[in-house]
Every structure is written in C-alpha cells, then in structure tokens.
Design a protein around this ligand. Sequence first.
Ligand SMILES: *[C@@H]1O[C@H](CO)[C@@H](O)[C@H](O)[C@H]1NC(C)=O
Ligand SMILES: *[C@@H]1O[C@H](CO)[C@@H](O)[C@H](O)[C@H]1NC(C)=O
Length: 230
Amino acid sequence: MLSQRVWAFVLFLNIAFIISRTSLCRIAKTKHTYIGEDYPMRLPVRLEPVQAQFDCSVRYALNSSVAEEVWTKSTDTKSGGIVRLGADRRVFAIAMYHQLHCLAGLSKALTSMDRTPASDGHVGHCLNYLRQVFQCSADATEEPVVEVSMLKSEGCAPAFIRQCSNWGTLYDYISANYLAFHEFKAKNGTWSCTGNERIETGKGAPNRPVQAELCALSISGQDVPNAHEH
Ligand SMILES: *[C@@H]1O[C@H](CO)[C@@H](O)[C@H](O)[C@H]1NC(C)=O
Ligand SMILES: *[C@@H]1O[C@H](CO)[C@@H](O)[C@H](O)[C@H]1NC(C)=O
C-alpha cells in the first residue's frame, strides 16, 4: 500500500502536468500573428471523435425539387465557412465547407442543363480537390459492401455506424467566431481585410484562393454562417 503522502505527491504531479499542458496550449494558440505565411495549418479547435450513423437521405437525392435548396443552404461557402483570425481578423475559408461547397457544385452540375466553360472548370476543380482530400485523409474505415443495383433512386444503402470528428464543434466554432468578429467590427467602427491584402499583393503562394471575395462578403455582412443541416 502506498502511503497517503505518496498519493498526494502523485496527485500533485498530475495537476502540475495538466497545468503545464494547458499553458503550453495557450502559448501555442497565440504564437501566430496571422500575417503573411505566419498562421497555423488548422483552426485552434479540438474535434472529439464521435460515432455517427451513415444512412440514405431523401433530402440530398439527385434532381428532387428540394435538393438544390438543401445543398445550397447547408453547404454554400459564400454564406459561411469563413473565419477571421488574429489581430487583423484576417479571413480564412475552412476546408470542410469548401468540400461541401464542391459537392453542392457537383450536384448542381449533374442536374443542370447548361454547361459552360466556367461550370466545367468548377466541376474539374472540385473533382480534383475532393480526390486529393480523400487521399490526404486516407480513411481506413471498414465499410459494408453495397451492390449498386441495391440502391434506390434516393441512394439508399443499409445504414452503418462509423467514427467521425465532431463536426458540430466546428459549426459552433465558426458561429462563435462570426459573432465575435461582428462584435469587434461594431466596436471598432471599421474593419479592413489587411491580412489578406498582404497575401494578395505580396509573395503568397500562387495556389492560395483569392480572398478578396470573402473580404467583400465580410464587409457587406452577407456572411451569415451555415445552418447545421443534416
Ligand atoms: C430532373 O427533373 C426534371 C423535372 O422534374 C426532369 O424533367 C428531368 O428529366 C430530370 N432529370 C433526370 C436526369 O432525371
Ligand atoms: C479598427 O479601426 C481603425 C480605425 O478606427 C482601423 O484603422 C483599423 O484597421 C481597424 N482594425 C481592423 C482590424 O480592421
């Protein structure tokens, strides 16, 4: 049996460890200026693993009367998927929203009658972007096999459970960031997209998406975050 004193010491070590980790995290969060290339790769948010059921969805079926509205509402990056970070409140797009936006574009392209070079360009970009996203996340989940002939027009496959990152936390983070940004804007009286100008006029990587459009949306207030649709 360990003595009380040893237990107290072990407890002290544990608490000291937790405190040191917490303050390290805080330092890690603030060490970026979000100017030029000085920003972290990911949002400072921890997405817990959760289990979710994957099943078919009539609402997201192809060519239904509501499909376009549902896709647009839940996935349009123009009305969400934007965060502002750092002292300049620099605008960033968030990958999950970009990916959903691409799916909405593909859904639209499949049902739309008019193909243009611009829409083909977007489809091509999205197919290639999603290819890279899927390979990048190299998801090794084991899934039940489904015959294509078993799928109904709504894309119904047997439901299964899988592990996900808690995407609700990401929606919450973006909503909170949106509110904080608009509070800042109201309090400061004005806001300029400074951080992004530095990237656009400076030596930013050529493959960075042009952010002027996102800046314009943030300035005009047309940047309401996405609803948390299922
Ligand atoms: C999509 O729906 C429209 C109107 O309901 C219909 O005219 C068209 O044939 C459908 N397209 C496909 C590919 O099913
Ligand atoms: C806050 O407002 C001032 C003018 O009052 C402006 O110069 C500054 O750029 C604003 N801050 C941001 C982050 O846009």
